[in-house]
Design a protein around this ligand. Structure first.
Ligand code: NOJ
Length: 742
């Protein structure tokens, strides 16, 4: 089987290649034996996950009494070992605990937010980041992380887009699998691994209007085509656990949704891992208006197949009663416990329950730090460059902006374990690279939301005396992530004003944007001479940014999300469907004559004020070199419904520096029994070319890659004509045609 990682042919099939752990007969009989010995209370205890309270009397008693299956957020390895000892040596059956934590983009060494990692389009790097996160976190006893989040996210207002791999189903599938592989390796029983938790099942990213936790209404074909494939890929890759989402789907909250959790996850996909609720999500079915009280919530959660209750305490308080009343069969409980025990066996916790204190707290290795630098470098997207980058003979840099020296905020969302002293900011890195006298630091604004314009004058003064101005702008970490949706996704505070004043100095202006989401920055990027979109880059963001600005490294990031011109365009995604009146001949708002007739603007599909399409499209990103794409060549211009064709294109580095380019394969099914998207990503490959070097990039496209769902039951390849592009982003290139025949 072909493996992943950009360098491989046909990423289109690659993500199915990681083997799911097989159910092993010996393990299953050990589980049976344990189940036979367990009381109902002990079984229900395994289904309970609760927050760590240290080595407290209450926790020790609960663990010894077999009332806890998993503890979350305990990160002191000494306490982990002491509690584990209570479970293994002092509880009746000696079943180990599993310790969990949100290790979302690194534990101590913080990597870019997942959206920033997605911008690398490099599965090998994503896998490596997850591997390092697992090595660090497991060295304090965390063997279960709540990651990856593979929610396809098409709305930039949604704060959790930061935790996603962006708007594309295929890219999210490939990178989700890479992350799982990094956490789990091929042998989850080794102590340096963590069980992945693929979340949030399902459709959380479709929250209406981008407001967190909001309702979703998803027709079956959209569910299957857009939202479910990354989860199915995760099942195939052996993700040891899954997590429910908070939202309701078509009226049914995920934590009480048997169609999702049983029919699709278990029956259709054959998943035998463990499903945990989200934090309090079983209890939250009450305010949803789906359950009358906590007991009803426990009943609906269990019947829907949610194995472990995170922080609702519905199962420990009510399941026993529900079994005694005959409302939940004990066989249902046994199945849930079985899934929990299987996780613990797979993690090797029965053989190896303790943290080895001799190797504990294994953080910030040279390998970890340099991988973190490389990931920021490869995920930084150069949106614009009129030649100011990389720096040439710069003697004085005015470094301004609220994010230029902000260790906390460059790390991004979900950094519970951040140690700021290890973070390198752009100020530190540029000073180290160019010398203290060469960098004049005048932030202008104290933080991203700062509206106090008093400091801007000092930044402008610094700009006037410099050869180049670098403004590090963006959003603080807390403005994205869970429960941090925004209805205005522009640069907050007085940042735009500051950019305008810097522009007025006439000095070359470089904008670096550290953020957790796609922002409306077209106006600001237009004012600047260069714009580098780095997302929140984590511990080593500053070093990577200095390398990129100086030319020590070359940007190769590509947008995993469309950047809108205006927030009102959201949800915005490249793979939309065409209308019957696609945009053409647009007359924009300022060009409409007075008293123009209603139909004079052409009656096509666009916004009067935003036109059509994004400011920067999905897949887009510049380099310090240029790449030339040759004609696309197909091995055949038609294939049968079980066939395949090869598509090839020669890509040449036509500039003067060596650099990487992500070559992307898109198709369009021109006519379908259901309307098909205008483009769909079907493969990509990141290549590295020396100046003047050419490489032929080949993709194998199987007819099965063109199949789509026409109902819950039917996924078909329809004969007909297709367009195919090989290009450097979703908006460029010239299509060639092929046919699928009967
Ligand atoms: C709620 C979040 O939705 C989920 O992603 C996270 O893993 C849990 N809380 C645990 O902290």
């Amino acid at each position: 089987m072909k493996r992943l990682a950009g360098m491989l042919l046909c990423a289109a099939v690659a993500f199915g290649s990681v083997a799911a752990p097989a159910k092993d007969a010996e393990m299953e009989s050990k589980i049976d034996a344990l189940l036979q010995k367990m009381t109902l209370d002990e079984k229900i205890g395994q289904l309970n996950q609760q927050t760590g309270t240290g080595y407290s009397d209450a926790m020790v008693n609960a663990v010894k009494g077999g009332a806890v299956g998993s503890i979350l957020n305990e990160v002191d390895p000494e306490i982990v070992n002491k509690l584990q000892k209570e479970a293994v040596e002092n509880s009746r059956l000696g079943i180990p605990l599993v310790f969990a934590r949100d290790v979302i983009h690194g534990f101590k060494t913080i990597f870019p937010i997942p959206l920033g990692q997605a911008a690398t389009w490099n599965p090998a790097l994503v896998e490596q980041g997850a591997r390092i996160a697992a090595e660090e976190a497991s060295s304090v006893g965390i063997r279960w992380t709540f990651s990856p989040m593979v929610d396809v996210s098409r709305d930039a207002r949604w704060g959790r887009i930061a935790e996603s791999f962006g708007e594309d189903t295929y890219l999210s599938s490939v990178l989700g699998v890479a992350m799982i592989k990094g956490y789990q390796t091929d042998d989850l029983s080794q102590p340096g691994t963590m069980a992945a938790c693929t979340k949030h099942f399902a459709c959380y990213g479709a929250a209406e209007a981008g407001k967190d936790y909001n309702t979703t209404w998803i027709p079956e074909v959209l569910l299957r085509e857009v939202y479910l494939p990354p989860f199915e890929a995760a099942v195939k890759a052996g993700s040891a656990t899954f997590m429910c989402s908070f939202n309701d789907i078509n009226g049914v909250p995920s934590s009480g949704n048997p169609y999702l959790n049983r029919t699709i996850l278990r029956d259709e996909w054959g998943y035998d891992g463990m499903l945990v609720s989200d934090w309090g999500s079983i209890q939250q079915m009450i305010p949803h208006g789906f359950c009358t009280d906590l007991k009803d919530a426990a009943l609906k959660g269990a019947l829907a197949g949610v194995d472990m209750d995170m922080e609702s305490y519905a199962y420990v308080n009510h399941l026993k009663e529900l079994v005694e009343e005959g409302k939940v069969k004990e066989s249902v409980i046994d199945e849930m416990v079985r899934n929990v025990l299987r996780l613990k066996f797979r993690l090797g916790l029965f053989e190896n329950p303790y943290v080895d204190m001799a190797t504990a707290r294994n953080f910030y290795t040279g390998k970890a730090l340099s991988a973190a630098v490389k990931t920021v470098e490869e995920g930084a997207v150069l949106l614009k460059n009129n030649g100011v980058l990389p720096f040439k003979q710069i003697k004085k840099i005015a470094l301004v902006g609220p994010m230029a020296d902000d260790k906390h905020n460059q790390a991004g969302t979900w950094c519970f374990d951040l140690e700021k002293e290890h973070c390198v900011t752009p100020l530190q890195a540029l000073t180290e690279m160019y010398g203290k006298d060469a960098v004049v630091y005048a932030p202008g604004l104290e933080y991203s939301r700062d509206k106090n314009e008093q400091g801007i004058a000092e930044a402008v003064e610094a700009a006037k005396n410099a050869d180049v101005v670098v403004m590090v702008a963006g959003e603080e970490a807390v403005l994205s992530g869970e429960a941090h949706s925004r209805a205005d996704i522009s640069l907050p505070g007085a940042q735009t004003k500051m950019i305008e004043e810097l522009k007025a100095t006439g000095k070359p202006l470089v904008l670096v944007i550290m953020t957790g989401r796609p922002m409306t920055i077209a106006y600001e990027a237009n004012l600047a001479d260069a714009a580098l979109y780095t997302f929140h880059g984590g511990t080593m963001a500053g070093s990577a940014i200095a390398n990129l600005l100086s030319g020590k490294s070359v940007p190769s990031g590509k947008l995993p999300v469309s950047l809108p011109k205006m927030v009102g365009q959201e949800p915005l995604y490249y793979n939309h469907k065409n209308t019957g009146r696609p945009a053409s001949g647009m007359v924009l708002i300022d060009d409409i004559p007075l008293e123009a007739s209603q139909t004079s603007t052409g009656c096509t599909s666009y916004y009067l004020d935003a036109g059509d399409g994004p400011a920067f499209p999905f897949g887009y990103g510049l380099s310090y070199t240029t790449f030339e794409y040759g004609d696309v060549r197909l091995s055949d211009d038609s294939m049968g419904k079980d066939g395949k064709i090869e598509a090839a294109c020669t890509v040449k580095n036509t500039g003067s520096v060596a650099a990487s380019e992500t070559v992307q394969l898109y198709v369009r099914d021109l006519v379908g029994s259901l309307v098909r998207p205008v483009k769909e990503l079907k493969g990509f490959e990141k290549i590295y070319l020396q100046p003047g070097e050419s490489r032929e990039v080949k993709f194998t496209l199987n007819a099965s890659d063109l199949a789509f769902w026409t109902s819950a039951k039917e996924k078909i390849v329809e004969p007909g004509e297709f367009d195919l592009w090989i290009s450097g982003d979703s908006a460029s290139g010239t299509p060639v045609k092929f046919n699928v025949t009967e």
